[in-house]
Design a protein around this ligand. Structure first.
Ligand SMILES: [Zn+2]
Length: 235
């Protein structure tokens, strides 16, 4: 078993994807659209669209998680925690590769669980997971980090349940978020790239007449609202 784990690990860690390769991989599976004209959820416009929920295949998900596990292989992580609505799939692959890296020495698997939204606000764990969190060295894994709010909630839940949060890791840090902002010792992002987000009224893509992407994001609503505004006589 241990030899097999070491073989697998050498093979995976021997060919870590670079951020550029990860970006191409995300484009290939439709999780990233570039050079388009997207309307984001809060109404801003930009030329890129990222939705890591579109990474549905294990090949891509596992490949982009290997560099995270590699980065933290000496951190003695016991437990990987993900916010439930975002990243459990990635957390599982990170935990898997961390297990391959560390089980030969520790004899233990690295577990992965999720934090879920509590009815009163904030995040927490189901009671059956609480004993795993208590006293554990935790790595919080995210898909995209935007403002960092979900990461902070997940970190807070882990600490409240008695964990030592060693770091936060994300596939894509698109908000320029820092470890200081998250209040953790370390933040690692495979892709650390901010995305332009223009106010709709001042969007260079609108100015150049680039067609709005209606297939993803909120482009369709935006166009509908604009059409209504034009149809409405000015009082
Ligand atoms: Zn625009």
């Amino acid at each position: 078993m241990f030899n097999e784990a070491q073989d697998l690990l050498t093979r995976q860690f021997g060919q870590l994807v670079t951020p550029e390769e990860a970006i191409r991989e995300l484009e290939r599976v439709g999780a990233l659209i570039q050079n388009s004209h997207i309307v984001y959820v809060k109404g801003g416009h930009g030329d890129k669209y990222v939705d890591l929920a579109k990474v549905t295949g294990p090949y891509t998900a596992s490949r982009i998680c290997v560099p995270i596990a590699y980065h933290f292989r000496h951190y003695q992580i016991d437990l990987v925690v993900a916010p439930v609505q975002k990243a459990p799939k990635f957390a599982e692959w990170v935990a898997y590769y961390l297990t391959l890296a560390t089980m030969p020495f520790t004899g233990k698997e690295v577990n992965n669980i999720w934090a879920e939204k509590l009815p009163g606000g904030g995040f927490g764990f189901r009671s059956s997971h609480e004993p795993l969190v208590r006293g554990a060295k935790v790595l919080v894994v995210e898909d995209t980090i935007n403002s960092g709010g979900t990461s902070q909630d997940t970190v807070a839940a882990s600490r409240r349940s008695g964990a030592e949060v060693v770091a936060v890791a994300g596939i894509w840090n698109r908000g320029g978020v820092t470890a200081e902002k998250l209040g953790v010792p370390k933040l690692y992002s495979l892709i650390d790239l901010q995305m332009d987000n223009y106010p709709a009224a001042n969007c260079p893509l609108c100015a150049e007449g680039r067609p709005i992407n209606t297939a993803v994001g909120h482009g369709l609503d935006f166009l509908k609202n604009q059409a209504e505004k034009i149809a409405q006589p000015v009082a």
